[in-house]
Design a protein around this ligand. Structure first.
Ligand code: PRX
Length: 688
């Protein structure tokens, strides 16, 4: 049936606009009447032959920027299974941050990721669950995954989850978690995965902001030999929250957990009675697929909304060409599904490409010893491996034999993501695990971009520069902007705000519930460009190197965290008056968390016990990864006259470069700065 813009689309949107579901309203409001003068699907030539990408990368890249409609439109037709073809390739307005791709198209993401491969290769491993104990591996084939997805989809339906409803997922890395994400996609529900290391307050604010009606969790998680009480945390998070109708509980450890009558249901039991087939819902290209929060325990959290077709195409395309993956390859990304890396490169990218994707449960690289990754590489014959610099730095401190005693001859590509990889760590990764023959790809991207945006791959030359993502992927055009003048910086050997003048189809479309904030944060800073929040350098060859964030986002162990999240948690400690939290260079974590804290004068507690309380509160409210590594109790914090804490000054002190605090004329009382420097130098003397 041909799609008709004037009839079915309009009525769908009219129906959705009267819907109580803001996700449906939000998505449709942007479409109507904006499709004129765009390249239509019937104009498209065949897709570029990316098979020969390495020999004509420059040409293809230029083509992707010159004619993105042709480039991505033809790839979308070729790579995705459409229930109805799209009519218009894209409708993008970089001045407004208005992004739509593949308009009029209808597809189902779970059908693309599972059914296609279950039909052609039912017995191929889809998920390879590397459980906490080494060697304890469970394999789920594409056929089995299809059944799991369908059963969970039917369970969700039974518990009143409909198209457009939000399902919160707070689960350990496991086949059940991946199948739950895909089950949402199957029925058109929108998942909001919450990293299973977040504390109750962070979960609650995310559930409330998204209006989730169901939470899917597990009795416990298992990480590096320790159990984590996930269900208990969810109970605290949803206590008294009327939004939540059902809590579905996967049994990971079969621990005895309290189940609330009428609300809590064991997922495994519910699946026993569910049918193993569920028709995939016919979704519009721009219907919401998932929300992923980047920050916010108190204050408004920021839920980035990703949609169906553009996201899936870009995740699959980057996955294939950055990692050099073919269907059936054994591929491992050791990220948690609670972050965007897990979404795009554990779940959607690899499954859309029909590869076997490893789900790494232990989280850390050193359990039970620093050879875990490489033992797994040998045992599972892994070809592509993707991790974060913090893990690499951790492993570098151990004996080389933890690497060399395992056979790594299957490895082809080694990826790095989440934070800058210093040249020394890059070299170690390249020389030791990579045996000086694997490509090391430093990939820069963000929750916002949905997929890898800067990467050395794919490109014609095999020349790699340690610690640099170097180039942009197809469809991405980086621009460096002078922060003072707001002008694009021409030429090489320049530093500036990293912006994109062309963005890929996988970009987030909005901040859920706050399009204005989305526009203000990303599109109104440097008009006509997407602003990433990062600073980058373009070297003498025109290659890009990342210099870090220019805002209050920290990156401890490659986890993204805003200063305000930790500060808001800290002021819940009774003895704490106020706190200023910043990142500081940490040899292993990349960035450590440094809290400058003012405590009540008449507090009877010792400094040490206040610091312990602070760590505990942050753990509970935000999560263990957010607990400060350094805490300094000070008399007062530097602030501007309006009362805003000058984190810029604290950052310099924390980084041991107090000589560079710069202009303090806007500080309401600059006399507070020297005592802080003195205290800092006394408590944390610089190592020689
Ligand atoms: O500062 C950049 C850093 O991580 C931020 C994005 O964090 P998140 O949305 O959590 O996504 C992380 C995984 C894609 C970026 O703004 N970042 C990510 N990759 C790199 C990086 N910094 C330097 N080099 C990278 N390769």
């Amino acid at each position: 049936m041909m799609f008709s813009r004037s009839s079915s689309r309009f009525f769908q949107c009219a129906r959705a606009n009267s819907s109580r579901n803001p996700l449906q309203r939000q998505q449709c409001n942007t479409h109507i009447g904006q499709w004129r003068d765009r390249v239509s699907v019937s104009d498209l030539k065949p897709a570029p032959r990316l098979a020969s990408v390495s020999s004509n990368w420059k040409e293809l890249h230029a083509e992707s920027l010159r004619d993105p409609e042709q480039f991505f439109g033809s790839l979308a037709l070729e790579r995705l299974k459409w229930q109805e073809k799209f009519q218009v390739v894209r409708n993008v307005d970089m001045n407004k941050g208005h992004l739509e791709w593949f308009l009029g198209g209808k597809l189902n993401v779970s059908e693309n990721c599972v059914d296609r491969h279950a039909n052609s290769h039912p017995d191929r491993p889809a998920l390879v669950w590397e459980k906490d104990e080494p060697g304890d591996t469970e394999i789920v084939t594409y056929q089995q995954l299809l059944e799991m997805v369908c059963k969970i989809a039917n369970v969700l339906k039974e518990f009143n989850v409909h198209r457009g409803d939000v399902v919160a997922i707070y689960m350990p890395v496991s086949p059940m978690a991946v199948a739950t994400m895909l089950a949402c996609a199957r029925i058109g529900a929108v998942h909001s995965v919450i990293f299973a290391g977040f504390g109750a307050d962070s979960i609650r604010s995310r559930i409330t902001d998204a209006g989730a009606k169901v939470v899917v969790t597990a009795d416990q998680g298992v990480r590096a030999g320790k159990t984590i009480n996930l269900k208990q945390t969810v109970d605290r998070a949803v206590d008294g929250l009327s939004l939540i109708e059902t809590v579905l509980v996967m049994q990971r450890t079969k621990a005895d957990v309290p189940m609330k009558h009428g609300r809590d249901v064991f997922l495994d039991e519910a699946m026993l009675n569910a049918l193993p087939w569920c028709m995939p819902e016919v979704m519009n290209s721009e219907d919401p697929l998932f929300i992923l929060y980047t920050s916010g325990s108190t204050g408004p959290p920021k839920g980035l909304l990703h949609t169906q077709a553009g996201y899936l195409l870009y995740a699959g395309l980057t996955h294939q060409y950055v990692f050099d993956c073919s269907p059936g390859d054994m591929y491992a990304c050791v990220a948690d599904i609670g972050w965007i890396t897990g979404h795009s490169y554990v779940v959607y990218g690899p499954l859309s490409n029909g590869v076997s994707t490893v789900l790494y449960e232990p989280g850390v690289p050193t359990y039970p010893d620093p050879g875990r990754y490489w033992e797994m590489v040998e045992r599972l014959r892994i070809k592509q491996f993707y991790t974060a610099p913090t893990a690499i730095r951790m492993l570098m401190t151990s004996s080389d034999t933890y690497v060399t005693k395992y056979n790594r001859s299957t490895l082809r590509t080694l990826g790095s993501v989440g934070e800058p990889i210093n040249a020394k760590a890059w070299q170690w990764y390249h020389d030791l695990p990579g045996e000086q023959r694997c490509a090391v790809v430093d990939t820069w991207w963000q929750t916002e971009t949905g997929g890898i945006s800067l990467t050395p791959r794919p490109a014609g030359d095999t020349f790699l520069k340690p610690g640099m993502p170097m180039r942009s992927f197809f469809g991405v055009e980086p621009v460096l902007v002078d922060p003072e003048s707001g002008q694009p910086l021409e030429g090489n050997n320049v530093n500036g705000h990293l912006c994109l003048s062309q963005v890929p189809p996988g970009m987030a479309r909005t901040i859920y519930g706050s399009h204005q904030k989305y526009q203000d944060t990303y599109w109104n800073v440097h008009p006509g460009l997407y602003f990433s929040g990062d600073e980058a350098r373009r070297d003498s060859d025109g290659h890009y190197e990342m210099m870090g964030r220019v805002d209050d986002v920290m990156n401890p162990k490659g986890h993204r965290l805003e200063s305000a999240e930790v500060e808001d948690a800290l002021v819940n400690v009774p003895a704490v008056v106020e706190a200023g939290v910043v990142g500081y260079p940490h040899p292993q974590f990349g960035e450590g968390i440094y809290a400058f804290v003012v405590v009540k004068e008449q507090t009877s507690e010792s400094d040490e016990s206040v610091i312990q309380d602070m760590r505990q509160v942050v753990r509970q409210r935000v999560g263990g990864f957010a607990a400060p590594d350094r805490t300094l109790i000070v008399k007062a914090l530097p602030k501007v006259r309006s009362g805003k804490i000058m984190r810029r000054v604290l950052r310099k002190i924390a980084a041991d470069i107090s000589g560079e605090v710069g202009d303090t004329s806007t500080c309401a009382d600059s006399s507070v700065i020297d005592p802080i420097i003195e205290l800092h130098e006394k408590k944390f003397p610089k190592s020689k």
